[in-house]
Design a protein around this ligand. Sequence first.
Ligand SMILES: C[S@@+](CC[C@H](N)C(=O)[O-])C[C@H]1O[C@@H](n2cnc3c(N)ncnc32)[C@H](O)[C@@H]1O
Length: 233
Amino acid sequence: MRTLGMNEPAAYTSYLDAHPDEWHVLDGLCTISISRFYRDHRVFDALGHTVLPTLAAQATTRTDSTLRCWSAGCASGEEPYTLSLMWEQRIRLQFPRALLAVVATDVDATLLDRARVACYSRSSLRELPAPWIDTAFVRQNDEYCLRDPWKSCVEFRQQDIRTDQPSGPFDLVLCRNVAFTYFEEPEQRRIVSRLTELISADGFLVVGRHESLPSETPFVSYAAGLGIYRRAP
Ligand SMILES: C[S@@+](CC[C@H](N)C(=O)[O-])C[C@H]1O[C@@H](n2cnc3c(N)ncnc32)[C@H](O)[C@@H]1O
């Protein structure tokens, strides 16, 4: 409103009516980009202890041995890179034949540019186990930059989850602190229905720890209080 020289909300709503393209500008101003590595550490502990080993074991029975993940609403890469770190530090030694492939999407191109550079403040790393920081990051002035081997399994794409999704099937989808907090229920239901098509039978869906899915979906709670669900076969 300040940019347009307006003081009254009513003037702005009239402007929106007269200039439909302004909705895109407003939409872009409404996203919240807070994230950090290993956010909600109990969720990532559960992924590392049970979910990823289960999926890695399944992946090794397939011809390409690849475990496919999607991080939806990935902000500046903290979430998909946490999967990559977890994989390298905990899972790869147990399942040396398995490979990890992560597609990470966000609607905000600026965040994705930051994700590709992968340099972060110390506070973004505060929930990560300290040895992982020493191994995977190199310090550059005040920032910690992820080394290349931890970046290579993550592919970033600009997509609005409401209209566009990467092609599946996925073994694991993280859709945390996006759709099930900020979208209205009909939109949430549309997203669950797309996720149902994209997640393989027995695959996992992780939502935010304070989020829940709409009622009557094919996803069954797997870890109560952690937002981890499993798709019924
Ligand atoms: C609060 S952050 C959550 C980041 C991460 N998932 C986490 O839990 O730490 C929400 C992210 O969702 C993205 N986002 C919001 N609306 C979106 C949409 N329609 N499609 C894709 N990404 C969206 C925002 O740009 C932001 O990066």
